[in-house]
Design a protein around this ligand. Structure first.
Ligand SMILES: *Cc1c(COP(=O)(O)O)cnc(C)c1O
Length: 335
């Protein structure tokens, strides 16, 4: 794996920290739990999309583009970070917002929605669920071209092979830190959504022959469907890197913590967000890392992640959306 061959912009100075979670480990009384703080990546508010955008925006600039176009949900961390990268690079940015849960899009919402406005999106267009997002992005690219400019379309979540390189790079970063600390991990657990993070991480670990398995925790799709998505993207990412593709059975994406659907709160998610905040002083998010942590906690409690094992949770960010879910997250006794 030689990622220096790919053009890259830098949005984070150095590595994100990799920390033990002694209080959470003690509270759960099982495996030894660690966390990789990708919530502390660069660009406004941090989170996993920053790593993908380092490669995607470099490609946009190499192609002479002056505008980024992307898609996401009303509280999209990916849209927030694409906007932040555009601001940093002096590019314009247009967002197509897919209202995945009908009736939830409000122009005056807090969280990421407020940040879209603060960071100056050129256009924010709301479309109903099931809309052909590729076609909507193509329409924006054409509209930009009609103005004599040039737009670069970034797929949802930045999850194509080029974006996934960001998480192959993260695999290298984790293995370097693991070696430096003299701490070997038995498994890495990560939220699995548009699949670029899961696929890139797994492909990087396989390329490094790290021998560390990955467990994905789904936030949207049934297990078989998500595993197929992740594997397909992992194969494409390996091809781009010129490294061996992960086997299909190395892709595990559990769906037990999705609840009623994408972005819809669950009791386990609320408990996990509150547990991590109170045991380690670390903020998760309601849509991705809260559900992933709910799975992580459950797998420690039921003994799947047993005492004597060392487990690493990859914190992919998202805390800027907490305020948009305040009513779901507050202590019910105080409401
Ligand atoms: C997008 C996102 C994820 C999921 O990553 P994918 O690469 O889309 O699978 C996880 N956590 C947060 C906070 C995100 O914004």
């Amino acid at each position: 794996m030689n990622l220096a061959r790919f053009a890259r912009r830098r949005y984070t100075p150095g590595f994100t920290s990799l920390e033990p979670m002694p209080r959470l480990s003690a509270a759960l009384g099982g495996a030894e739990l660690w966390i990789k703080r990708d919530d502390l990546l660069g660009l406004a508010g941090g989170g996993n999309k920053t790593r993908k955008l380092e490669f995607l925006v470099a490609d946009a600039i190499a192609q002479g583009c002056d505008t980024l176009v992307t898609v996401g949900a009303p509280q999209s961390n990916h849209c927030r970070l694409t906007l932040a990268a555009a601001a940093r690079e002096g590019l314009q940015c247009r967002l197509v917002i897919e209202e995945r849960v009908p009736g939830t899009y409000r122009t005056n919402a807090l969280g990421n929605n407020l940040l879209f406005d603060l960071m100056g999106a050129e256009i924010i267009r709301n479309v109903p669920p099931g809309t052909d997002l590729g076609a909507e992005m193509a329409a924006e690219v054409a509209a930009v071209a009609a103005l004599g400019r040039k737009a670069y379309a970034i797929v949802g979540g930045g999850s194509n092979a080029l974006g996934a390189l960001g998480y192959a790079a993260c695999a290298g970063e984790i293995m370097a830190q693991s070696f430096e600390l003299g701490v070997a991990f038995d498994r890495i657990v990560v939220a699995s959504g548009s699949a670029g993070t899961h696929a890139g991480l797994l492909t990087g670990l396989v390329a490094l022959n790290a021998g560390v398995p990955v467990t994905g925790i789904n936030v949207r799709r049934p297990q078989a469907e998500q595993e197929a998505n992740v594997h397909k993207l992992a194969v494409a990412t390996a091809e781009l890197m010129g490294t061996p593709a992960p086997a299909r059975d190395a892709v595990v994406a559990l769906d037990r913590w999705v609840g009623p659907g994408y972005s819809l709160p669950t009791a386990d998610m609320v408990a996990a967000v509150r547990l991590l905040a109170q045991s380690e002083g670390i903020l998760l998010d309601p849509v991705y890392t809260g559900k992933a942590m709910a799975g992580f906690v459950a797998l420690v409690r039921d003994g799947t992640f047993a005492a004597g094992q060392r487990m690493l949770f990859l914190h992919t960010g998202g805390s800027p959306s907490l305020h948009a879910y305040a009513d779901d997250l507050r202590d019910p006794a105080l409401n």
